[in-house]
Design a protein. Structure first.
Length: 188
């Protein structure tokens, strides 16, 4: 049997996500946030890399208001790389070149990759072994190659995005754990 291509898997993931109502996404996002807040890695993290969710992604914005002494940073595309900028409020996010909300670089300083303790990684699909299928630009994979190896990488997705296998390439980076609305599992 022929292995599905990344393109066909992306198309299927987009169809699965389109089938979820905004109410289902909001309820699942709230459950994902509760699962994250119960993780020991969350309690220990000092610098957390979030992302501004697209309509089809789990929304983690509620974590900005969670108790604890953490600083937050959000990604911004700069050329062909991803930079993270310290950002304490979603009010400091602006539409970027990809029509995604990004931190305003005039108001939000760059955070060194070595400062990040906990990184939330979005994707279109994940495997239980930590494989990740991104949107195709390679931005997160290039950033993950620069991340401190001690940083925890959490794949964030809805349960419908878990797949049995992905056609991974040498430049594809895996995550340490995956968090969905129904479970958290360690990878590798």
């Amino acid at each position: 049997m022929e292995q599905p291509t990344k393109a066909s898997l992306r198309a299927q993931a987009r169809r699965n996500l389109a089938a979820l109502s905004s109410e289902q996404c909001a309820a699942a996002s709230a459950r994902i946030c509760r699962r994250i807040e119960a993780l020991p890695q969350w309690a220990e993290a000092r610098t957390v890399a979030l992302y501004a969710a697209q309509p089809s992604e789990p929304d983690l914005a509620a974590l900005l208001d969670a108790p604890g002494r953490r600083s937050f940073c959000f990604p911004r595309v700069s050329g062909d790389t991803l930079e993270f900028h310290r950002c304490h409020s979603s009010d400091l996010l602006r539409p970027g070149p990809w029509k995604l909300l990004e931190p305003d670089p005039q108001l939000c300083p760059v955070v060194a990759a070595s400062e990040i303790d906990l990184l939330f990684v979005p994707g279109l699909a994940f495997t239980r072994a930590g494989g990740r299928l991104g949107r195709g630009g390679g931005f997160y994979d290039r950033f993950l190659s620069r991340l401190d190896p001690r940083a925890i990488k959490l794949g964030i997705c809805f349960h419908t995005q878990i797949v049995p296998a992905l056609p991974l390439e040498i430049h594809d980076h895996e995550v340490d754990q995956v968090v969905t609305e129904s479970e958290v599992f360690r990878c590798g």
